[in-house]
Design a protein around this ligand. Structure first.
Ligand code: SAM
Length: 336
């Protein structure tokens, strides 16, 4: 029996940061952009990327071995996936979340043990309670954070557009909309909808720029506000994506109560996150996201579908359900 056991899985997991950091540096250095127009050999890539003689071959071949590049007769090229998702100029680019992971999360996660012992947030400006105040103090960091949010909400936005019965409603507001990936996607998929995004005033410029780029300025509006101080805008449907997990339980309950107040009778609240399975043993990404909230925020945590439905019912929602969206993400829907 014992002879059949192998440490391989343990070692692979423990050394997984090598793989992750190699990919994050490749995105930072623009490896996939450098190959966007076609294959290139080692010498060309070395000079395009500014790599040292000692590192270039091992780095690029490691990316081949990790399945992120191909190499044919000494010429490197992107794979179908890296070409579609990691070339910055393409609208399908998802690398902003990797850029943010490289610039911020990678070093904050180095302090995971401290976070586990103290319960204290570990990312920049540790003394600042509010992650967003800490983040938004620097406009470049704000831009990076907002584009990273677009990267992680593009998939769920499309799935919400497909799975929620939008034909029964005519307006929506995305609360904590960031750049506006969800409002833009929903407005593109459902031309009868009028939509909006509610977020802190600092976000307006980035939101309006993104919406205008998609030609939707007439149909998707920005509402500036602070959901701790102001009421939420009225709409048939309120969406809250990656919002509840940023906050502690009392704040989560307050946000759900405010959403309830802003909806008409018959209106719906759509909450999405990497919702953890009720048994808390399968959605590893959701559980790790909750640890990420430990590192990033003062009281935030991720939650199960049963937790969220319970809070929604306390807030007054009469019918609630959980529906899988894609990958680790699910939506929890509450009807008023
Ligand atoms: C984690 S991001 C989620 C963005 C987007 N909904 C998504 O799913 O990718 C949280 C958003 O909440 C916004 N936010 C934070 N505090 C807020 C507040 N007090 N009032 C309004 N929006 C706030 C942030 O600016 C940010 O856009």
């Amino acid at each position: 029996m014992e002879t059949k056991l192998s440490p391989e899985k343990i070692l692979q997991l423990g050394m997984g940061f090598w793989n992750a950091k190699t990919l994050l540096s490749a995105v930072e250095l623009g490896v996939f952009d450098a190959l966007a127009d076609g294959p290139a050999n080692l010498a060309t890539l070395k000079s395009r990327l500014g790599l040292h003689e000692r590192s270039a071959r091992d780095f690029l071949d490691a990316l081949v071995a990790l399945g992120m590049l191909k190499r044919n007769e000494g010429r490197y090229s992107n794979t179908l996936e890296t070409d579609l998702f990691l070339v910055r100029a393409k609208p399908t680019y998802v690398g902003a979340i990797l850029e943010m992971s490289n610039a911020r999360l990678y070093s904050s996660w180095g302090s995971l043990t401290d976070a586990l012992r103290t319960g204290q947030r570990q990312s920049e400006n540790k003394e600042e309670d509010d992650l967003f105040a800490a983040l938004y103090a620097d406009p470049e960091r704000l831009r990076g954070f907002l584009s990273a949010m677009s990267g992680i909400s593009a998939g769920p936005a499309k799935a919400i557009g497909e799975k929620f019965p939008w034909k029964d409603y005519s307006s929506f507001v995305d609360v904590g909309a960031a750049q506006g990936m969800v409002p833009v996607t929903l407005a593109q998929m459902h031309p009868h909808l009028k939509g909006g995004g509610f977020d802190l005033p600092e976000v307006r410029l980035f939101f309006e720029e993104f919406v205008a780029k998609h030609g939707l300025s007439g149909r998707v509006k920005f509402y500036a506000g602070d959901f701790f101080k102001d009421p939420m805008p009225n709409a048939d449907v309120i969406v809250m994506g990656h919002i509840l997990h940023d906050w502690d339980l009392a704040q989560k309950r307050m946000l759900l109560a405010k959403a309830f107040d802003a909806l008409p009778k018959g209106g719906a609240l759509v909450v999405y996150d990497a919702v953890i399975d009720d048994e808390r043993r399968e959605n590893a990404f959701g559980l790790l996201m909750s640890l990420n909230m430990l590192i990033e925020t003062s009281g935030g945590f991720d939650y199960t579908g049963a937790d969220c439905q319970g809070w929604m019912r306390e807030a007054g929602f009469s019918q609630t359900r959980v529906e899988h969206l894609q990958g680790p993400d699910s939506m929890v829907v509450g009807l008023k």
